[in-house]
Design a protein around this ligand. Sequence first.
Ligand code: FES
Length: 142
Amino acid sequence: MGMNSEERLAFILDHYENPRNRSARDDADVVQKWGNPGCGDIVTIYLNVDDKGHITNVTFEGEGCTLSQAATSIITEMVIGKTLEEVESMSPNVISDIVGLEIAMNRPKCATLGLTSVKMAISEWRRKKMLDEIEEEKSLSR
Ligand code: FES
């Protein structure tokens, strides 16, 4: 992204103070809560996926350190419109590319809480979909 360290810090702070896609929603396909044991910081992801496997909406709520909440805000902006596979294969490098390697390496759990939580929400979405398909098959074979 070509930011210097001062710009990176300002970018992180801006996402912390003005988080993007921060809301709780009743219309989410999946609501997934995840946190970091140890510090107790928490993120709840509200995820919607269309029938072609694209993420149509992600919002979040959370409580925690500046980096974890800012990085979650950043991640929500990155994943909307992507396929589930694309997001599942995203490595923590996507965060360190933005927040900077030094910050990400010093606090890897904070930096990746949002990405991990979105991946957990995707797993939950897949689990629910599979259960729905099984239920459907069962009702068809009755
Ligand atoms: Fe808990 Fe950063 S201190 S996620």
